[in-house]
Write a protein that binds this ligand. Structure first.
Ligand SMILES: C[S@@+](CC[C@H](N)C(=O)[O-])C[C@H]1O[C@@H](n2cnc3c(N)ncnc32)[C@H](O)[C@@H]1O
Ligand SMILES: Nc1nc2[nH]cc(C(=O)O)c2c(=O)[nH]1
Ligand code: SF4
Ligand SMILES: [Mg+2]
Length: 237
């Protein structure tokens, strides 16, 4: 397939998570996921509820839409989903177009699938899923993905909701000790309306306490979803 299934394109906004936190970026969100996380904040990409919003776009159409939205007001694009790793060759073409225009590229994926184009990504975030998601990590696949990537351009990010998730995050960190490691606060209700900042800050307080008391987590960074703190569960930011 030479087209990319796109469910939303938005920005400029601020990257709210992980290794690129705080950076101005645009987002391209692809449709479809091989996982079904219990708490997915982007379930509309795979649960069929917005199937009418999925457009099959060529890489140059995606680029044109980004320029229409962001003009010269960006030099970084984050590809997220769904799982963008379900898409092959057209992603390679899209990243080449970005690089030809001096635009850097971030990727959010869960580490369940490998694609050749991963090696072109400037900031690659792999986010294996903890027990609360209901998903099971295939560590053979994850090992192979991590072996094939440049450590300086990637990070691991585990969302943590409870003690069991925290234990999982510690185990993942120990398995790949040289990869920059982030734990990220889980948002229990990603569709709640209104101000959710105090709820998220309470969860961050809990997560920080867990990291502070754990000598095996001296090297990790513990973050909230910054965009959710500032803009709550608003869509398209
Ligand atoms: C929607 S996912 C899309 C990319 C890819 N499927 C993945 O999970 O890495 C983007 C990021 O949001 C995180 N995420 C999803 N739902 C969340 C929630 N309820 N609370 C905190 N983070 C969440 C995921 O773990 C992932 O790091
Ligand atoms: N601002 C902002 N930062 C993000 N970081 C990762 C996101 C994602 O959904 O992949 C995301 C998102 O949806 N918005
Ligand atoms: S892997 Fe990512 S997009 Fe897929 S269900 Fe889980 S959080 Fe959602
Ligand atoms: Mg998000």
């Amino acid at each position: 397939m030479s087209k990319i299934p796109v469910i939303e394109i938005f920005g400029p906004t601020i990257q709210g998570e992980g290794m690129v936190i705080g950076r101005k970026t645009m987002f391209v969100r692809t449709a479809g996921c091989d996982y079904r996380c219990a708490w997915c904040d982007s379930a509309f990409t795979w649960d069929g509820s917005e199937k009418d919003n999925i457009r099959l776009l060529t890489p140059s159409e995606v680029f044109q839409e980004l320029k229409l939205l962001g003009s010269h007001n960006f030099n970084h694009v984050t590809i997220s989903g769904g799982n963008p790793a379900l898409i092959g060759k057209p992603m390679m073409e899209l990243i080449k177009i970005f690089h030809e225009h001096d635009i850097r590229v971030g990727l959010e994926t869960q580490g369940s699938r490998w694609q050749e184009w991963f090696t072109l990504v400037d900031d690659l975030t792999i986010s294996p899923k903890p027990p609360s998601s209901g998903m099971k990590t295939d560590f053979d696949v994850l090992d192979r993905i991590i072996e094939n990537l440049d450590e300086n351009r990637m990070s691991l990010k585990v969302v943590v909701f409870n003690d069991e998730d925290f234990d999982y995050s510690r185990m993942v960190h120990k398995r790949y000790p040289s990869i920059d490691f982030y734990v990220s606060v889980g948002n229990k209700d990603p569709y709640e309306t209104g101000d959710i900042s105090s709820r998220l800050l309470n969860s961050l307080d809990w997560l920080w306490s867990k990291v502070i008391e754990d000598p095996e987590m001296n090297n990790v960074r513990a973050l909230p979803q910054l965009h959710a703190l500032v803009w709550a569960n608003k869509r398209g930011v």
